[in-house]
Design a binder for this molecule. Structure first.
Ligand SMILES: Nc1ncnc2c1ncn2[C@@H]1O[C@H](COP(=O)(O)OP(=O)(O)OP(=O)(O)O)[C@@H](O)[C@H]1O
Ligand SMILES: [Mg+2]
Length: 716
């Protein structure tokens, strides 16, 4: 008999003490290739049951009559997978020899038992043993599987512990979330960094439906963006990456980079969870911010520097242009100065000669030609005077000048000069140090500027004169002025203004934009020459339609203005209603003098030449004073005075003369009272007053020597 199912041919224990049972069993099993292992008693059997390859046990009923507790204990203590198979050999007629209940009890004791009655049938025996061995084999397989499972479980536990140890040991907060983005797990570092905030505790205690339970930790400014980015990642399954600030245990906000990767199911490819981490990038962000700030700062500095370089270049260009302009003015000044000086001398000779010709020629036509020539020469002489002023070669007598007083004195004159449509305002600083200049020339300069302003304000406007002190030289004038203190006086109009081209040339002699015959272009040249000769500077500020400001910077006087000029500025109470005849061929000068004298309260009559003057003298009651220009075409001032004295019409005479060298007239002027042109209003007032207070001169009897009565006691 063969049985191929016996895969574990381990020994089959046999305990059959009576007769030849054991031998028979051994032989029968041996025949089917099984190994029967006879045991001497029950103790020996129990001992062998622990052997690993023992597959089953054949036990005779009579062998269990005593000593069963050992076996019972072994059966009870089997491992859970084991139910050892026993085959119990009984007697058919067991009542005859043993307790009738014995086999049943025994079966219960043995648990997994098959009962075979003796005499044994070989097929039953082999079949029962085979079944027992197969059962035992399956039990061992189960045991092996269980052991395998236990090993796996242990390995899993070990691996989980390792993972936990690694994750908790990470310096970064680590977390995982389910497929829907709901957090499931946070490592120890997470709690260390963020503290056990309510949201984290909530997460730990209950499964939250909120996909972003740590949102309480997010900075309010980063909240919406970060939550949106996380939701988008969960929806689309692309890796999550975001930068945000988290509230940390030390109570501060710190920047983190959050990253999360989806984990996919091997088979379905579905996302099963997310693994995420947060990396503290606070220092990097702060450094980046600092870098941005310093880059911005650098850019700002660079652009500032560029701008200041541009400014410097512009300044330099301006300075170079100013220098070129100054050099041009200097060159023109030297040229005109030289020419004017020579012309002055020439004209003096020409005028003298013409005077002589006029006197000696009998032919009235020749006298007329000579007069015309002299008139032209005189005009030339005046121009020469202006040129001399421009070239800074005029004779100046600077003195400390109180600008308040000077401006007040010419106030009315200026008002007349600018006309009714222009309002005149003076705004001098209350405390103004005296300037060191020639006051007469300064008055002329201001008059000149006022006339320019009037011409620029055809439709009316305002003319303002301001004055202020300059304790030191401002930077923009450093080129023009020596170190020291200055007084500035500015003439400001609201007129048409000048284009840059006109401004650039305005000081040039003979530069004018006025129509032919209206302007000589010498006004500003004279201003320029006077101010420069006085050690000051003049500046123009103007733009088309924006008006013009001409500022004169005058050197400051060390001493106070002379005390007597106080009295001078207080014009002597004019001799009321005194009548004055003014004779001057120059319309401008005549008008000006008439205006000044009327201003002073006199009754004034004007004559434009000698014959008209004589005519007036002969027809009217005597004038209190005759103010006569010396050099006039036709009858000269001297001629007029002589003739007037003869008819007793000129009890008092004051000559006005514009020329230093009067040449031909000199003999006739010996001992006469004279005022030099140009003169200041105050000078004129004083000289006229003095002349009027002198006693009247009696009629000349023989045209010989002039008898001058002593000055009256009351006269100044
Ligand atoms: N206040 C001003 N407003 C506008 N332009 C002016 C002013 N002052 C001077 N100018 C311009 O400068 C030019 C030169 O002035 P400047 O006083 O030297 O000569 P002028 O006034 O033309 O002639 P002159 O003064 O000899 O009669 C003027 O023709 C005018 O174009
Ligand atoms: Mg002018």
């Amino acid at each position: 008999m063969q049985n191929a199912d016996f895969r574990v041919p381990g020994p089959v224990l046999v305990l059959a003490p009576s007769g030849r049972d054991a031998t028979v069993i051994g032989r029968l099993l041996g025949e089917v290739g099984l190994n029967a292992a006879p045991c001497v008693d029950l103790a020996a059997l129990v001992q062998r049951l622990d052997e690993p390859d023992v597959g089953a046990a054949l036990v005779a009923q009579e062998a269990l009559s005593r000593d069963t507790p050992l076996l019972r204990r072994w059966i009870a203590e089997q491992p859970p997978w084991s139910d050892f198979p026993f085959i119990l050999l009984t007697f058919r007629d067991h009542t005859a020899r043993v307790d009738p209940h014995h086999p049943t009890r025994l079966a219960a004791t043995l648990g997994n038992v098959t009962v075979l009655e003796r005499p044994l049938h070989p097929v039953s025996l082999v079949s029962a043993v085979g079944a027992a061995l197969r059962a035992r084999h399956r039990q061992r397989e189960t045991a092996a599987l269980l052991a395998e499972r236990d090993r796996h479980a242990a390995a899993l536990r070990a691996s989980e512990a390792k993972f936990r140890a690694i994750v908790d040991g990470m310096p970064q907060p680590i977390w995982s979330a389910d497929a829907g983005g709901r957090p499931e797990f946070f490592n120890a570092r997470w709690l260390e960094v963020t503290g056990t905030t309510p949201s984290v505790r909530k997460l730990q205690s209950q499964a939250s439906a909120e996909p972003f339970v740590w949102d309480h930790l997010l900075h309010p400014d980063d909240f919406d963006r970060t939550v949106d980015e996380w939701r988008a990642a969960v929806r689309s399954g692309v890796p999550f990456r975001s930068e945000f600030r988290l509230h940390t245990t030390d109570g501060t906000w710190r920047w983190f980079t959050g990253r999360a990767l989806p984990v996919h199911d091997d088979l379905s490819g579905e996302i099963v969870r997310w693994f995420g981490s947060c990396t503290d990038i606070d220092n990097a962000v702060r450094a980046r911010e600092a870098l941005t700030r310093s880059t911005e700062e650098l850019e700002r500095l660079v652009s500032e520097r560029t701008a200041s370089l541009q400014r410097e270049m512009l300044e330099r260009e301006k300075a170079e242009a100013a220098l070129a302009q100054a050099q041009k003015m200097e060159a023109v000044g030297q040229l005109t100065g030289g020419v004017a000086h020579d012309f002055n001398n020439l004209l003096t000779a020409v005028l003298g000669s013409l005077q002589m010709i006029g006197k000696r020629a009998d032919d009235p036509q020749i006298r007329r030609f000579a007069d015309n020539a002299r008139r032209a020469a005189e005009r030339g002489a005046r121009l020469t005077q202006q040129l001399l002023a421009f070239s800074r070669r005029q004779r100046l007598t600077p003195e400390p000048v109180d600008l308040h007083r000077l401006v007040a004195e010419i106030g009315d004159l200026l008002t007349r000069a600018v006309g009714a449509t222009v309002t005149l305002k003076t705004q001098l600083a209350e405390v103004l140090p005296p300037a060191f200049v020639d006051p007469t020339q300064l008055e002329l300069v201001l008059l000149n500027l006022a006339i320019n302003a009037r011409d620029a304000m055809q439709d009316g406007g305002a003319l303002t004169i301001t004055g202020f002190a300059l304790p030191s030289v401002p930077l923009e004038l450093a080129e023009d002025l020596a170190a020291g203190s200055y007084v500035a006086i500015a003439v400001i109009d609201t007129g048409s203004g000048m284009t840059p081209e006109v401004q650039e040339r305005a000081f040039e002699p003979f530069f004018t934009t006025k129509e032919q015959g209206k302007g000589t272009g010498l006004g500003l040249s004279q201003v320029y020459g006077f101010v420069r000769q006085s050690g000051g500077a003049v500046k123009l500020r103007s733009a088309p339609g924006q008006g013009t400001t001409v500022t004169l910077y005058l050197p400051r006087a060390e001493a106070a203005p002379p005390a007597d000029s106080d009295e001078e500025s207080d014009p002597p109470t004019p001799i009321r209603h005194a009548s004055i005849l003014v004779v001057d061929d120059d319309d401008d000068v005549r008008d000006l003098v008439v205006a000044m004298l009327e201003e002073l309260g006199y009754r004034v009559t004007a004559a434009e030449n000698g014959s008209i003057a004589l005519d007036l003298l002969s027809r009217n009651s005597p004038f209190d004073l005759l103010l006569a220009d010396v050099a006039m075409p036709g009858l000269s001032g001297v001629d007029v005075v002589h003739a007037a004295r003869e008819i007793g019409g000129a009890p008092r005479v004051l000559y006005a003369t514009g020329y230093a060298d009067l040449g031909a007239y000199r003999p006739g002027l010996e001992g006469e009272d004279m005022i030099r042109k140009p003169y200041r209003m105050a000078d004129l007032a004083a000289r006229v007053d003095r002349a009027l207070r002198a006693p009247p001169r009696r009629r000349e009897t023989d045209g010989g020597t002039v008898e001058r009565p002593p000055t009256a006691a009351g006269a100044q």
